[in-house]
Design a protein around this ligand. Structure first.
Ligand SMILES: Nc1ncnc2c1ncn2[C@@H]1O[C@H](COP(=O)(O)OP(=O)(O)OP(=O)(O)O)[C@@H](O)[C@H]1O
Length: 253
């Protein structure tokens, strides 16, 4: 479980997060939505200690992050929005390094590692340096690394980007499996159709502020079961129909 209270983060004089309050329950899939620059990555990077917030508190499974950073680091794994990590290593060397960082015994995790490698069809690529990989294959390598410790908290920043349809399906299943095991699964996405079908709960950020937090079912109920896309555009005041009419007018002129 993640409890974020009054979290604010500035980059110099730019306010990226303003007094954010968010609760992410375990056993559910939580989607973080918002336009470009809304503050999704900043929230995620604060959770995984890449960024230090200016104020506020983050509790992970009841422990205050600022006081229990090293314990929490072992419970949480992070899939960044770009998978360009350790490109000079082979995938296999990279997974070994991650296992070591999490104090995992190679033999204990071998069965899970083998299954994940098989699932993402990496059997023939695992001894190749990651700089040779396409974006999607790097992403698969990072996803495998992120699951080796069977994390209590799995945080993924736009994880579906660049994955092939089979891998998208597999990742969605893995997220459901982790949630069913009682883990906390939080991901950010711009894919509203995906979010509508995958998320139990969601939050929508706008310019660093929370504009909705709650269950997908309740949100859609409030809007007569409209699609999430329609609801999102309404909530974020993103109706561009006037502009489209004007553009059409320019084209036809
Ligand atoms: N390292 C940084 N230095 C300065 N400003 C930053 C930095 N990182 C993010 N920002 C700014 O903070 C705001 C929030 O950015 P953030 O990356 O959290 O948004 P996001 O919702 O993840 O966007 P996207 O969907 O485009 O990835 C933006 O205005 C962004 O320009």
């Amino acid at each position: 479980m993640i409890e974020i209270k009054n979290l604010s983060k500035n980059y110099d004089d730019k306010k990226a997060l303003v007094d954010l309050n968010l609760t992410v329950e375990s056993g559910k899939i939580f989607g973080l939505l918002g336009h470009n620059g809304a503050g999704k990555s900043t929230t995620i990077k604060s959770l995984v200690s890449i960024h230090k917030p200016n104020s506020g508190s983050i509790k992970i499974n009841g422990m205050e992050l600022s006081q229990h950073r090293s314990e929490i680091k072992k419970m949480i794994t992070y899939v960044p929005d770009t998978p360009d990590v350790f490109l000079q290593l082979t995938a296999s060397e990279y997974w070994n390094l991650v296992a070591k960082a999490y104090d995992l015994n190679d033999e204990d995790i071998l069965p899970l590692r083998k299954k994940l490698v098989e699932l993402f069809h990496m059997e023939n690529r695992q001894n190749e340096v990651m700089s040779n990989f396409s974006h999607g294959i790097r992403q698969k390598a990072v996803l495998i690394a992120s699951l080796l410790s069977d994390p209590a908290i799995w945080v993924l920043d736009e994880p579906f980007q660049g994955l092939d349809p089979q891998a998208v399906f597999d990742l969605k299943q893995l997220m459901k499996v982790q949630a069913n095991k009682g883990k906390t699964v939080l991901f950010s996405t711009h894919d509203l159709q995906m979010a509508q079908t995958l998320c139990d709960d969601l939050a929508i950020l706008k310019s660093g502020e929370l504009i909705y937090e709650g269950s997908m079912t309740n949100l859609r109920k409030q809007y007569n079961n409209e699609s999430l896309e329609k609801i999102y555009l309404q909530l974020t005041d993103s109706d561009d129909s006037k502009l489209f009419n004007e553009i059409e007018g320019e084209v036809n002129a």
